[in-house]
Every structure is written in structure tokens, then in C-alpha cells.
Write a protein that binds this ligand. Structure first.
Ligand code: NDP
Ligand code: OXD
Length: 306
């Protein structure tokens, strides 16, 4: 068996050693143009040539939860695209989103500024019932985030493609229930995959439907958000702020108006990091199942794009 690796961010020898520990006879090598074609691949954001030169790939394991970078490529139809499911990312995402929600809810940015100015000042209490949080995308990560927010007793709404029932969460589904979901929410957390249906979904029309004083947390992909629409709604006062972890162009260009904006908190795409050990264990387990000719979870449905 030959396995091709493509991930400029990861430690190659960790992967080679980890795969050899399970399959000592496998040929595992970093891919570069002209490499011998492989049977399986483990990759993050490879170039088109990666697939053009390997038409016999049986499966490609995406080194991340989101497959939008892969879905932009022409991938042979017989190649299964298998994504990471959780693999240590869900708890990180729950930490990040709860932190952002609590920071805004408890006014901690204001208290930090007060402390820096040597000001002792107690601001008004905000009540939880006035702070419903809407989670867009109730998949592996969205579900964990919704449950963690429930743990802090926030009213939680969630929106998915197919209808769902989750204890303590008001669930909405499909395009026809999007407006009702938005109107029921003050904080909006985006955990959707980036697809033709979801790109630019955080736009003026939709963000205007959030309750006044709304807050946006985008931890999915930069292309979900229309940057100018967010800025306009912050200027108009309809939105109170945003926490953004993902951007249309990454790294965020130095001249971008988000930098230094008083109402926008920025992090560099770190809300849920891909963890090597957890990812290796999940991919090994799935490859073992595929080698037995059995189906695995996390296979991308090409027609829906996630
Ligand atoms: P899943 O595929 O498990 O969940 C996706 C959810 O989105 C599902 O609930 C799905 O609905 C819903 N959805 C998809 N399309 C639509 C639509 N058109 N309308 C309404 N709902 C829709 O993905 P994960 O939870 O694993 O990951 C979500 C995203 O998080 C990734 O795609 C990636 O972009 C991002 N991410 C970001 C990271 C970061 O560090 N910033 C790290 C990891 C992931 P249904 O349940 O009905 O299918
Ligand atoms: C992912 C990511 O999709 O890191 O896993 O963004």
C-alpha cells in the first residue's frame, strides 16, 4: 500500500512513523509533483496536480473538518473524500465560543478597559433571557458548542439543513426557517461548512434580522461573512460586536479594516486546531475499516458539498 502525504503545516516524520507503526510495509511519502501515484492520501489543501497525477486514489483523508478547499478541486469520482470528525476539535471549539460569548455577555472587554484606566465601575447586569445564542450548523462541532452553551444556561437556538431535536435547544431547519431562527437570536455563531448554499450567508439581510445589539462569532470560514455588511451594521449600532477567527484572506491583510476595530476581536484561525495524535488515530482507524471493504463515517457527499 502506498500513502501520499500533503500538509505543509504538519510534522512529516510524525505521520510517516505513525503510519509505519501500523503498516510497516506501507510506502508512506510526502507528495511532490512527479511522485509515484498512491492508493490513499492524507492531505490539507493540496493543489489540483495532487489529484491529476493520482487518478487511482481510493480515498483522501482531509486533515481538517472543513472540506471546502478540497471541494474546489476536480477529484476523481471513485476517490472517497473522508473528513476529520471532532478528533479533539469539538472541545476546543466549545471553549472558544463559550469564551467569546461569556466575554461579551459579562462585559469583560469593558471591565478590562476600565481596569487599564484605573476605573472602578460596575456596569448594568444583562439577564440571560435577553441573550439567546443561535448556532448555525448543528453538526459535530455545532452540537458540542450548543450543549456547552446550555451548560451556562443561555437560551440556545440552532439551525441545520435537516430538522433535528436536541434537548434544551430550540431547533430550526432549512431556508424556510432561517428568518425565524435569526429573529430568535441575539448572538450568532457560524459553524456551517462553506458550500454554494452557505457562502455570504452572514450578509446584511440576515445579520439585520438578529435582535438589536446582536453579536457575531464566525469560527467557520471567512467567505461566510460579507465583511462590508458587518462593518455597516456595527456602524449603524444594530450589531454590538464580533469575534472572528476566520477570514476571506488568511493571514488577514494588514490594511484590512477589521484590524484595530474597537468592536471586533480577531484570532488567527485557531479556534479548533487539528491535533496530530488524535487525527492520526482517527485516520488509522478509518483506513483499517476501508481496507476491510467496509464503509466509514465522515465521507463527504459530493452533491451537498460537505
Ligand atoms: P458538520 O458537517 O458535522 O456539520 C455541518 C452542519 O451544518 C450540519 O448540521 C449541517 O446540517 C449544517 N448545514 C450545512 N449546510 C447547511 C445549509 N445549507 N443550511 C443549514 N444548515 C446547513 O461539520 P463540523 O461541525 O465538523 O464543522 C463545521 C465547520 O467548522 C467546518 O466545515 C469548518 O468550516 C469549520 N471549522 C473551523 C475550524 C477553525 O479552527 N476555525 C476548525 C474546524 C472546523 P445537517 O446536520 O442537516 O446536515
Ligand atoms: C478545519 C479547520 O476545517 O482547521 O478543520 O479550519
Amino acid at each position: 500500500m502506498r500513502i501520499a502525504l500533503y500538509n505543509p503545516d504538519s510534522r512529516a516524520e510524525f505521520w510517516i512513523n505513525g503510519l509505519h507503526a501500523v503498516w510497516p510495509d506501507a510506502e508512506v511519502a510526502l507528495w511532490s509533483p512527479g511522485s509515484a501515484p498512491a492508493d490513499f492520501a492524507i492531505a490539507w489543501a493540496p493543489p489540483q496536480a495532487f489529484f491529476d497525477e493520482q487518478p487511482g486514489l481510493q480515498a483522501v483523508f482531509n486533515l481538517g473538518a472543513g472540506v471546502d478547499a478540497l471541494m474546489r478541486l476536480r477529484i476523481p469520482l471513485q476517490t472517497q473524500v473522508v473528513r476529520l470528525e471532532d478528533a479533539g476539535m469539538a472541545v476546543q471549539m466549545a471553549e472558544y465560543v463559550c469564551h467569546a460569548v461569556l466575554r461579551h455577555f459579562r462585559g469583560l472587554d469593558t471591565y478590562e478597559a476600565d481596569a487599564r484606566a484605573g476605573r472602578w465601575c460596575k456596569h448594568e447586569v444583562v439577564v440571560r433571557s435577553d441573550f439567546p445564542v443561535g448556532v448555525m450548523g448543528l453538526g459535530v462541532l455545532g452540537m458540542r458548542v450548543a450543549q456547552a452553551l446550555r451548560g451556562f444556561e443561555f437560551p440556545v437556538n440552532a439551525w441545520s439543513r435537516q430538522p433535528k431535536m436536541v434537548d434544551g435547544v430550540q431547533c430550526f431547519a432549512g431556508a424556510e426557517q432561517l428568518d425565524a431562527f435569526l429573529a430568535a437570536s441575539k448572538v450568532l455563531v457560524c459553524l456551517l461548512p462553506l458550500t454554494v448554499d452557505t457562502q455570504n450567508i452572514l450578509n446584511h439581510r440576515n445579520l439585520s434580522r438578529l435582535q438589536p445589539g446582536g453579536y457575531v462569532i464566525n469560527v467557520a470560514r471567512g467567505a461566510h461573512l460579507v465583511d462590508a455588511d458587518l462593518l455597516a451594521l456595527l456602524d449603524s449600532g444594530h450589531l454590538a460586536g464580533a469575534t472572528l477567527d476566520v477570514f476571506r484572506t488568511e493571514p488577514l491583510p494588514s490594511e484590512h479594516p477589521f484590524w484595530g476595530h474597537a468592536q471586533i476581536n480577531i484570532t488567527p484561525h485557531i479556534s479548533a486546531r487539528t491535533l496530530d495524535a488524535e487525527s492520526l488515530a482517527q485516520i488509522v482507524a478509518k483506513l483499517q475499516v476501508l481496507l476491510l471493504g467496509q464503509p466509514v463515517d465522515g465521507v463527504v457527499q459530493r452533491d451537498r458539498g460537505y
